[in-house]
Design a binder for this molecule. Sequence first.
Ligand code: SF4
Ligand code: SF4
Length: 326
Amino acid sequence: MNAKLGIPVSEGKINLGEAVPLPAPFLIWMEPSRFCNIKCKFCPNPKMDNSTKSFMPDKIFERILSDIKGLAATPKVVRFCGVGESLMHPKIVDMIKAVHDNKAAENILMYTNGTLLKPELNRKIVDAGLTKIYISVNALNDDDYFDITGVRINFENYVNNIRDLYENRKQLKIYVKINHLAVPTKEQQQLFYDTFGDISDNINIEGISHIFPEFYSFGERRGMVRYHNDESKKYQICATCFKTLNINCDGTVSPCTVDWAHKVIVGDIKEESLNDIWNGEKLRQLHKRFCLGTIGKDEACYDCEDYFVSDHENIDAYAEEILRRL
Ligand code: SF4
Ligand code: SF4
């Protein structure tokens, strides 16, 4: 297997506890599409109100690009993600290219389920300047894929399309991951590595958990899971909201994508600039509540497991110091 085992190294890691408040977001995430072409059992998307789903309009995307220029520092990363499939957006190639041509970030990332990758599109996203793609594999054969996603694919074609991307990837780094529930046996885990280990740069079996606040897809809340083979433990402070802004397809801004119900809205790009939102009172108050440990039980963040099961930093030791700097 050529691929490195484990999650790829994050871009531009800093000592966040010492650096916050950052003059500008390190990471800009945006949601090109809240539509998805599959229905994963563990994802809130299929249950979301269809009237809230859309593609990001040109006007909002252009506003993001122009607002990034007004930030105090260029973001390390622009990431196309959200609670939908980014490759469904009819102008996704143009969007990647615009981020690249405008030098809006040092790295351009995308999350995808990979089902829409085809040789023609593969060439286009590579040539547009994408630097890293995270492909979430859901199963290892047609029937299991249908069971988990409600959609039939030809798994052999799916793998071949990822192979095509790998063989023509130029600057693009490819990370292929699967959740641990999809490969419960040693044999299935080995099959996953055998299938994707030579057509990816990084590969991993990730522990799935209830990252989405208030969305318990497994019937009942499970205990914390091991993630990347480390012992998970609950942190007081969510590091994500100290370094990220996530622009939803409708222009509202949250600190992250796991806020699928959009309860942690800190601004709206249609009304304020990204710079004003980043330095605004709503986000500052959220930061304060994390440092004070006073996130209320009625807040979505209280119920969120993403920030302590993912590979996020633990900056709890800096709580008092950060509070003084806010
Ligand atoms: S996890 Fe991703 S691919 Fe699956 S339904 Fe949700 S948005 Fe779609
Ligand atoms: S705690 Fe969870 S929902 Fe709240 S900002 Fe952090 S990642 Fe988002």
